[in-house]
Design a protein around this ligand. Structure first.
Ligand SMILES: [Fe+2]
Length: 218
C-alpha cells in the first residue's frame, strides 16, 4: 500500500529509514554538543512534561534552528507521504531517560500531521511506539486527556531503529510509549505540520512571528 493510502486508512505509517543512519547520528551528535556534555550543563534543558513520569531533556525548535531546518526541509517529502499540501508548525527534540514512559495521549492543534523520528539511544534497545486504532471523536479531540493505557481500544506497536520515523495524525489518534525505556537514554525529534488550507492552518509556524523581514544592505 502506498504511504499516503496507509496513512489515511490507519492514521499512521512507518517511514522505515526515512533518514540515513549516519545523518541521524550526525544530527544527534551536534544537537547534544550544542546542549552540553555533562548532566550539570544539560540540566537547564530538563523538564517534566505531564505525560512523562521522569524528567527529560527538551529543546524547542524555535530555540535550535537546525531542528527547524530539518522540519522545513522535510515538508515536500511529508506532503508526498500524506498526500496533502502542508505548512510546518514546530519541531521538538527530547531525550528520555531509563524507565521513562510516555502516557497515552493526543496532541494539540499544531500537530495535525506529526512525525516522531528515532535519532539514537545509548544501548539501541528497541522502545516501541504505539498508536491507537480508533479515530478520536471531535469531543475527544477538544478535550485531551493523558491515560496510563488504551483502555478497551486496540493499538498498533511499532519498533523503530535509528533513522526510522512514524508519521501519524497526532490530533486524531492517541499514541504512547507504554513500556519503560530500556535504554540509559534515547533521543527523538518530533516534527509537526498542518494542512496548508485545512482547519488548523492558523497554527502555521506555531503562530510565531518571524521577527523581521530579511534585508541585505550594501
Ligand atoms: Fe504526542
Amino acid at each position: 500500500m502506498h504511504h499516503a493510502d496507509a496513512y489515511q486508512k490507519n492514521g499512521y505509517v512507518l517511514l522505515k529509514d526515512m533518514i540515513a543512519k549516519d545523518v541521524s547520528a550526525a544530527f544527534l551528535s551536534m544537537t547534544q554538543r550544542s546542549m552540553g556534555d555533562t548532566a550539570e550543563e544539560l540540566s537547564k534543558f530538563a523538564d517534566e512534561p505531564s505525560i512523562i513520569e521522569k524528567p527529560a531533556y527538551e529543546l524547542y525548535g524555535f530555540h535550535f534552528p537546525p531542528a527547524l531546518s530539518f522540519l522545513w526541509g522535510l515538508t515536500p517529502f511529508v506532503e508526498q507521504a500524506t498526500g496533502k499540501a502542508l505548512t510546518p508548525t514546530y519541531a521538538y527534540f527530547r531525550a528520555y531517560q531509563k524507565g521513562a514512559v510516555c502516557k497515552v495521549h493526543s496532541d494539540r492543534f499544531a500537530c495535525e500531521h506529526s512525525i516522531t523520528m528515532f535519532l539514537g539511544a545509548s544501548d539501541e534497545n528497541p522502545w516501541p511506539f504505539t498508536v491507537g486504532k480508533r479515530r478520536l471523536t471531535d469531543e475527544e479531540v477538544e478535550n485531551r486527556v493523558a491515560m496510563p493505557d488504551y483502555g478497551d481500544d486496540e493499538f498498533a506497536t511499532i519498533d523503530m531503529a535509528p533513522g526510522d520515523a512514524v508519521l501519524y495524525q497526532g490530533i486524531r489518534y492517541r499514541h504512547a510509549r507504554l513500556q519503560p525505556n530500556p535504554n540509559r537514554w534515547s533521543a527523538h525529534l518530533f516534527m509537526h505540520w498542518v494542512g496548508r488550507d485545512g482547519p488548523y492552518k492558523d497554527y502555521a509556524f506555531d503562530q510565531k512571528k518571524i521577527p523581521f523581514e530579511a534585508d541585505f544592505p550594501f
